[in-house]
Design a binder for this molecule. Structure first.
Ligand code: ATP
Ligand code: MG
Length: 414
């Protein structure tokens, strides 16, 4: 994409009301725009990164048998009354229709929709396990929304729900879900700072597991066991005797973290109120056993920005970068224009995603923008480089730029 055609602009200053680093960088870079507290729009560059994250999550969910669906955001009150959550779910947005005087909720999570939906399929024991997921916008009336994209009142989430005929089957599936989650966090560049964390299991299970990413911007406190590479959420630290639930080690390391994902054994908590049952081999009716598995995509985007930046701007992991290469033309020289245009064509021909800074702006402005936007490879074409019949390439996370032949750079960026 030619940067001269991009409708967004970079900004030198962070917006005054923005206190979080992730939103500061993402707004300054024109990835996102704040509409109000906890509500952000995704602009072309931000949307591209979001779509990369989406593709990785979709890939891993499909790989372990999830079927993608899309449920509505507008929820009927009666479903939420059935589970007793209409009155108790703190962050539920509830509102009244002006015309019909009927009350609705805006979905913060989808157990109330997915359970009756699966029930309508009249499944027999042979059909299980069943797993459905969606990537969709959630709404939560969060008390405080000051962490930028980490805590929104509207945000995107992947939520998967699994349905089983026995607890053993749920247990097996749950372990596979944890594996898939581990892969996702590795693939988006957070594997090295993300811990499987023991958390409260609610009234139905001993524990649930959160995926917590270390960052000072996080609102959670976790205690890491370096022997097992797992952590305990502060909420349950007392319950586990201030020790690692796996090896009983008591020398745990305290860190701040953000919950990027969560897996939970719901068992019959939601199948029961809706009467979701199946007939077993003997024709006997039994309650369906459930699990649920969430990942916040908007929060992941914010978390990647928190983890991957330096004092000049973002440093995108290659897997989620909006563009792989930021091609920069320095100066208005005809020869430079020609070589830069050719480089743009050449890179794209090889399927490499390129943001081409073809604007008439100063070298300083362009190079600062490249640092702020943080694409993995910066390729510069200038009078100096064409004299040497080469281009200058620099990785965003390296200090030194190198002069190389364009064909070699194409190979390197593939
Ligand atoms: P938290 O304790 O941080 O509020 P939660 O326990 O309410 O999170 P879940 O209900 O498990 O979160 O939601 C699944 C995932 O959705 C979370 O792991 C997180 O990644 C994301 N998420 C939850 N709330 C928000 C929010 N307000 N803004 C952005 N992402 C969110
Ligand atoms: Mg919450």
């Amino acid at each position: 994409m030619r940067q001269s055609e991009l409708f967004t602009r970079t900004r030198r200053e962070a917006p005054k009301d923005e206190t979080s680093k992730n939103a500061e960088l993402l707004v300054r870079g024109g990835f996102t725009e704040k509409i109000m507290a906890g509500v952000y729009a995704l602009l072309p560059l931000g949307l591209r990164a979001h779509q990369k994250i989406e593709a990785i999550i979709r890939d891993e969910m499909n790989a372990f048998g999830g079927q993608e669906i899309l449920m509505p955001s507008l929820h009927p009150k009666e479903n939420w009354e059935k589970t007793g959550r209409w009155g108790t779910y703190d962050s539920l947005f509830r509102f009244l229709s002006y015309y019909s005087k009927i009350e609705y909720a805006l979905g913060p999570t989808h157990e109330e929709i997915v359970v009756p939906l699966v029930q309508k399929q009249n499944l027999s024991y042979k059909d299980f396990p069943v797993a459905v997921y969606q990537i969709q916008t959630k709404f939560r009336d969060e008390k405080r929304a000051k962490s930028g994209l980490l805590r929104g009142r509207e945000f995107s989430m992947k939520d998967l729900y699994s349905f089983h005929t026995s607890e053993e089957d749920l247990d097996r599936y749950y372990e596979r879900a944890k594996e898939a989650y581990r892969k996702i966090f590795q693939r988006v560049g957070l594997g090295h700072v993300t811990y499987v964390t023991f958390a409260s299991g609610g009234s139905f299970s001993k524990y649930s597991h959160e995926f917590q990413t270390l960052t000072m911007a996080g609102e959670d406190v976790i205690y890491i066991c370096d022997k097992c590479d797992v952590a305990v959420n502060r909420e349950i630290l007392e319950d586990v005797g201030k020790s690692c639930p796996e090896c009983k080690n008591t020398s745990l390391r305290e860190e701040k973290a953000v919950e990027v994902g969560n897996v939970f054994k719901l068992k019959t908590k939601y199948s029961s109120p809706f009467g979701l049952k199946f007939k077993d081999e003997k024709g006997e009716e039994k309650e369906v056993i459930m699990g649920c598995y969430g990942i916040g995509l908007t929060r992941l985007l914010g978390t990647i920005a928190e983890v991957h930046h330096d004092d000049k701007g973002l440093v995108w992991p290659e897997s989620v970068a909006p563009f792989r290469v930021h091609l920069i033309r320095l100066g208005e020289d005809e020869g430079v224009r020609k070589v830069a245009d050719e480089a743009y064509e050449e890179l794209q021909k090889k399927g490499i995603e390129v943001l081409y800074d073809d604007r008439d702006a100063s070298a300083g402005e362009k190079l600062n923008d490249a640092d702020l936007l943080g694409m993995p490879y910066r390729v510069v074409v200038s009078v100096k480089t064409i004299e040497k019949k080469s281009v200058e390439v620099k990785k965003r996370d390296e200090m030194d730029a190198r002069l190389r032949k364009l064909s070699d750079v194409v190979q390197e960026c593939l």
